[in-house]
Write a protein that binds this ligand. Sequence first.
Ligand SMILES: Cc1ncc(COP(=O)(O)O)c(C=O)c1O
Ligand SMILES: Nc1c(O)cccc1C(=O)C[C@H](N)C(=O)O
Length: 419
Amino acid sequence: MSEPNTRAMLQPRAELSGSKQAELGARAEKLDGADELAHKRAEFVLDDVVYLDGNSLGALPAAVPGRVEDVVRRQWGELRIRSWTESGWWTAPERIGDRIAPLVGAAAGQIVVGDSTSVNVFKALVGAQRRAELADPDRTEILVDATTFPTDGYIAHSAARMTECTLRAVTPAEVPEAVGERTAAVLLNHVDYRTGRLHDLPGLTAAVHEAGAYAVWDLCHSAGALPVGLDEHGVDYAVGCTYKYLNGGPGSPAFLYVRRELQDSFDSPLPGWNSHAEPFGMRTQYEPAAGALRGRVGTPDILSMLALEAALEVWDGVPIEAVRAKSLALTDFFLECVTEYVPEGRVECVTPREHSERGSQIALRCDDAAEVMPRLIERGVVGDFRHPDVLRFGFTPLYVGFADVERAARVLAEVLAGE
Ligand SMILES: Cc1ncc(COP(=O)(O)O)c(C=O)c1O
Ligand SMILES: Nc1c(O)cccc1C(=O)C[C@H](N)C(=O)O
């Protein structure tokens, strides 16, 4: 799956000829025929819709309903309280964390699943700040990605207030310049939720470390979409949701990664009883558990958590590198089809063309995006609209194919032409 021919992509043809459509349709068929992940689609519940919104809510894996039924009817209904031990409920957060770990390049024992991403951003950021300040009380500044998904910004603001730090919003590109001897922690997004830009996690983490600060990464739009390499790149703390590319279902629990070397000193701002060294000792005095468990808070959301565990089975035998290769091929092909089908100037692609800077989505800007997206959805192409003028299309390689991509671009062209 080679680099796209960007020159060709930048020279659109205004007229959509039947032969062009036939040519792209034939190419799609060939690409689908050679797709080593094509068989994975059968493991999802899908219909005739082209679903390009897996970067907001992943599709339902077929194994989930049966598992949830078993958890509810047998584990809860029959075993009741015994399930905390006999059905593995109590250890689910770290067990499922270990299932996610290889997908984000982490060795076992560093990820726990639970709570929302927002809550985990809070734990990670305050944990990072506390660790930095302990070593150097002058580290009283937090940097936050100025382009972030809003929740991270809100949480960072509150975390800074609580820790009496100053908060500075900078773009990821400005981080190497901005990070300094007063910086405690830097909160960054791996992939921008709006533009789909993939940020340089290895380079930015190294720049943060060079200044003696800690790097906290939000992986919501990269976990399950591309290799992250948490251990390889020395990331300190990371969080991510599981309802997008990991297909855990609406509101499925998020995850928290704390690098092994930082676990013993992880001072969680939410030290609930589930993170106690001896939770059933019911002691007044808090004593944190060792390892990843320290990131737990209260009783895990078992129904959602075990739905997620079943959803993760679709990843058995799937290398994340194969997912990345197909993701790039899908987004390249979409850009090519859009360039061929959509009249020049009607949309502007705000996602970088370079593979090294592209996540698994394509964002197209147009003034009437808010009106265009509902019409696309009516015609069976589901993406989403992001304020103020972005049409966002997510490509989930486990269940999106090349024929879907060609159809989406064709329907988009028709809708944009007012047909
Ligand atoms: C980058 C990013 N962070 C966080 C969130 C959401 O966090 P939460 O799981 O707390 O709703 C989203 C999407 O909802 C997101 O795109
Ligand atoms: N988390 C969501 C929700 O609870 C409802 C609707 C959408 C979402 C999302 O995930 C939005 C998503 N983070 C985004 O990038 O736009």
